[in-house]
Design a protein around this ligand. Sequence first.
Ligand code: ZN
Length: 323
Amino acid sequence: MAFFPTFETIIGHDSNISGMCAAIKVGKPGHSHLFHGPKGVGKAATALAFAQVLLCKDREEGSAKSCGVCSSCKKIEGGQHPDFTLVEMLEDKTRITVEQIRELSAFLSLTPMESQWKIALIDDGAQMNISASNALLKTLEEPPDQSILIINSSRPGLLLPTIRSRCTKTRFSGLRDEELFEIVGKIVKSSSEDIKQAVAMSGGDVAQAVGLCESGLGEERQRFLRDIEEIGSVNLSRTCSIAEYWSTAARFATMLLLLKAWFQEQIRGSVESDGGGESTRNWLSLVQWADDIMRQAMVVNLNRRLVLESVFIKLARLRGAKF
Ligand SMILES: [Zn+2]
């Protein structure tokens, strides 16, 4: 990992981190944790930092600071510490499966190889299917002495109540734009203008903002603004070819974020010019409809090109096009 989080470098979540540090210092880090809060605010980063401190070989007694240089710290940074495991949804699956949870339970029941603890992180716990959740309950009911389980979730309401009630809950709050800006700036090398734009479009999600910067937001945004400006003044065939350009999987996600931010600007502009009259109502109804259909396109497998065509055609008509 190019940038490995530590308690000292994580931005925000100060009271959560000091609570964890206090528990580590007295040697009682707790067996089962639920880190919950908005997506992309640093729950996984905090869990990794927590694990690194607990597994560090050169940590001073009574301290909650990982040394960052011992073999253990290096292994967790490289994603290959034998006493740490990360369970997340596999690429070809739609949920975290019972087999993954059984492996996790077996892992936690083994004697640690290089440290005092076996630590597992489930990210995101709400992705467990029902048999996986039931399998996890057994481990939560009788956690092995040396085990620490951290479940991350931005949707804790979807976890079984019996799982929630057996965990120590730590709530993560959303980050302020300045905090996001600082975090993203440490990870990517984009210009501050691009980072600012990515943060504004990210909905508070660090990974989303980083992804936007890495996908060449600057150039894509210029192209988007040129394309969207044309819609309404060009013919149907050009409108469809713009939709086609933005319909590849990689561009589509960026497009949604750019379009969402652009729509918000249009609504603001419209409210300023007609005080919330007919034009604003037309924009609001287009945006609501477009939001719905594009969200569906991300979840179920709708044809992205057709979705974008229909959004652009409605936009063109709103701007007076006659097709
Ligand atoms: Zn260390």
